[in-house]
Design a binder for this molecule. Structure first.
Ligand code: ZN
Length: 310
């Protein structure tokens, strides 16, 4: 269904493109991983706490640091992510204080991953790789013990698995699926805002998928719970890794079968129907009431662009 999304909108979607070639078959070989990580031309994605360290490059920056810069701080966990441009990529965790080593150095900058995407500080193909690094490192930081028997676990497969020697359980990094949907009724769509949103910003409804639930049913359940609207047909449009901490946003389009909105005030501060023309003005930041959409890097923006382009 992705042909319903304008290519220029997809191109701006953050974290959705990655330079990474994961080499998932080879990474189960410890000797291969060790050899890759020892290579002189390996590059490093360094996170101080959960904040990436970037190397300045002209007007922009890159998240791929050379070995010297990657080794410059007291480093913690190191993972073998795979290769980018045929060179090994290692994700490395450093304590949050390590950001101070780089902050005052004009060759580097320290910026949170959301701002990096919004500002386009690194090439778009590096955002996916940064998302992998951030989600994986966060998983390791929280999964040092076996959920089955409580004993310590050890990293394997370059960091794409943790094994428990005591009970033999293999633990895999999690990805949490979230449905996010633009619900339409003829020439109008349903948008809402949560109290935590930036002022005047309206977005698509969203919610976590539950175990044993299809994407379609999750869309219908969330829209009914949050807005009291019954949704019929659901189509998939696009998806987006969302590394806060490790979600996958599944972008859908849903057709409303009812019209009267009953808001769940615990979830939404406001919600209503918007005409296509109104959404067009919001995207262009020309709405007469100053209403706006999430930025182009967010999949809600992509879904709205697809609706407006019809
Ligand atoms: Zn165990």
């Amino acid at each position: 269904m992705t042909d319903r999304v304008p290519p220029e909108a997809l191109a701006q979607l953050g974290y959705a493109r990655s330079l990474l070639k994961r080499h998932s078959a080879e990474r189960s070989e410890p000797a291969h991983v060790a050899a890759e990580m020892a290579r002189e031309d390996a590059r490093f994605v360094l996170l101080a706490g959960d904040v990436p360290v970037l190397a300045r490059r002209g007007e922009g920056a890159t998240a791929l640091l050379d070995r010297e810069a990657g080794a410059r701080s007291v480093a913690g966990t190191a993972l073998y992510l795979g290769r980018a441009d045929d060179r090994p990529v290692i994700a490395r965790a450093a304590p949050a204080e390590a950001a101070d080593f780089f902050r005052d150095d004009p060759d580097f900058e320290v910026l949170d991953l959301r701002s990096i995407a919004v500002q386009g500080r690194v090439p778009a193909e590096e955002l996916g790789l940064l998302a992998t690094a951030k989600s994986l490192l966060a998983w390791h930081a929280r999964h040092g013990f076996c959920a089955n028997c409580g004993k310590p676990t050890a990293m394997s497969c370059g960091g794409y698995r943790r094994d428990c020697a005591a009970c033999g359980t293999e633990h895999f990094p999690r990805t949490d699926p979230v449905v996010i949907m633009l619900v339409t009724r003829g020439d109008r769509c349903l948008l809402g805002r949560q109290a935590r949103f930036v002022a005047n910003s309206y977005s698509c409804l969203a919610g976590f998928l539950e175990p044993g639930e299809t994407i379609e049913d999750a869309v219908r359940r969330e829209v009914f719970e949050e807005a009291g609207i019954t949704v019929g047909k659901v189509d998939y449009l696009a998806s987006q890794p969302w590394p806060f901490v490790s979600s996958l946003m599944i972008g859908c389009r849903g057709e409303a079968e009812t019209e009267t909105i009953t808001l769940d005030r615990a979830e939404l501060e406001d919600g209503r129907w918007f005409t296509r023309d109104e959404v067009r003005r919001m995207l262009a930041r020309e709405h007469p009431d100053g209403l706006i959409t999430p930025p182009p890097m967010a999949i809600a923006h992509t879904l709205m662009r697809a609706f407006v382009a019809e």
